[in-house]
Write a protein that binds this ligand. Structure first.
Ligand code: GDD
Ligand code: MN
Length: 360
């Protein structure tokens, strides 16, 4: 029988936390019809085995084990889709999210006036505990940026602790990006109809056992999500990243040209040729690490990829040049002709390298 509330808890190396989490959740949810799905990405520390031991004794608990996959957001999405409960809560396994808030969240959803209840660290009555000033500042900045994409002002769009009506979630899920950490932001920003939201304060506790999985990629994931949810409605995110890298490449090109010409005293032709090579290599490396992070080339493939990138962009350069000269001859102003050449060259470079260099 489907229970009224399902808790979805993503885990990666949380073997030291799942028991305590289950015990605390069970205590907080007395009198409520609930179940608990841990979504584990094959943690090397044996988290899934621990969960299955708990599940042997407690039929409310189960483990959704994913193999060869990683990602907090996609884990939560699959966990939510695995249940038919009308209400679903997403929480961390490390006891940082206060399970004592669950009954109040559920009561609010039952009244049918809102679609999602968010537990907020930044409301009157909430808090972030013992964070250092650096992390607190970063979190504040990220909150400001995130509010740009949720189309409403929230005190904490990224707390990662929320309870949602499953039908509201299902309205959003086909539009979600599903990458990275920011499931809550993704969910709110992706809903075709604005979600009705309520926030409740809570105190973010210190992690019980184990370590945080937030690393440098998380920041990148976040900016990617922001881009996708703002400009991505018009242009594909990869293209935007490719063009941004290209913009940086122009700066690198000018710097290399200046150094070769003025510091090393090389002739202009040689300096320009060197700068072109340096800028293309720079662009390739950056695109390989960021734009195509999921298809990143290593070792020998890195070298052949670089060569194919030179080739594609070399042809792109010729197209850029020819089109601009043609447009200029046709009477377009110099800057419009320049932009037309550059735009068509960029599309060419993007299209051909996505097929030639970073083939799926
Ligand atoms: N299945 C799965 N796969 N679970 C993961 C993965 C993954 O790749 N990465 C992290 N998790 C799980 C962790 O095991 C934990 O239960 C939960 O996701 C949150 O990860 P933490 O590593 O504890 O993140 P945090 O505490 O630094 O970040 C939390 O606070 C942020 C706000 O500051 C999270 O709740 C974020 O969502 C939140 O934005
Ligand atoms: Mn945590």
């Amino acid at each position: 029988m489907t229970s009224e509330l399902t808790l979805v808890v993503p885990t990666y190396n949380e073997a030291g936390n799942v028991e305590a989490f289950t015990a605390k959740a069970a205590k907080a949810l007395e009198g409520i019809d609930w179940e608990l799905v841990f979504v584990d990405d094959d943690s090397p520390d044996g988290t899934a085995k621990r969960i299955r031991q708990i599940a042997e004794a407690n039929p409310r608990v189960r483990c959704l084990l994913r193999v060869g996959r990683r990602g907090l957001s996609s884990a939560c999405i699959e966990g939510i889709m695995s249940t038919g409960s009308p209400f679903v809560a997403v929480m961390d396994a490390d006891l940082q999210h206060d399970e004592g808030l669950l009954p109040a969240m559920l009561d609010i959803l039952r009244q049918n006036e809102v679609d999602i209840v968010i537990a907020s660290r930044y409301m009157e009555g909430g808090g972030v505990g013992d964070w250092d000033a650096g992390r607190a500042l970063i979190s504040k900045l990220a909150t400001g940026l995130a509010n740009m994409v949720v189309r409403t002002r929230l005190s904490d769009p990224m707390s990662g602790f929320f309870m949602v009506r499953r039908d509201a979630f299902e309205g959003s899920v086909r539009h979600m990006s599903g990458t990275g950490f920011k499931i809550q932001l993704d969910l709110i920003a992706s809903s075709p109809e604005p979600l009705r939201i309520r926030e409740l304060p809570f105190n973010f506790r210190t992690r019980h056992a184990g370590i945080s999985k937030l690393d440098s990629h998380v920041a990148l994931d976040f900016f990617q999500l922001l881009l996708e949810k703002t400009m991505g409605r018009v242009l594909p995110i990869r293209f935007l990243m490719f063009v941004s890298v290209g913009g940086l490449g122009v700066v690198v090109h000018l710097m290399a040209l200046g150094v070769a010409l003025n510091v090393l005293g090389a002739p202009f032709g040689l300096s320009q040729a060197t700068a072109v090579l340096i800028a293309m290599t720079f662009n390739f490396t950056l695109n390989n690490s960021f734009t195509y992070r999921d298809r990143r080339l290593h070792g020998m493939k890195f070298i052949t990829g670089l060569l194919s990138f030179y080739l594609a962009c070399g042809i792109g350069g010729i197209i850029n040049y020819s089109l601009a000269v043609f447009a200029f001859d046709q009477g377009f102003s110099w800057w419009l002709a320049g932009i037309m050449g550059a735009a068509v060259g960029a599309v060419w470079n993007f299209a051909t390298t996505s097929i030639l260099t970073w083939r799926k």
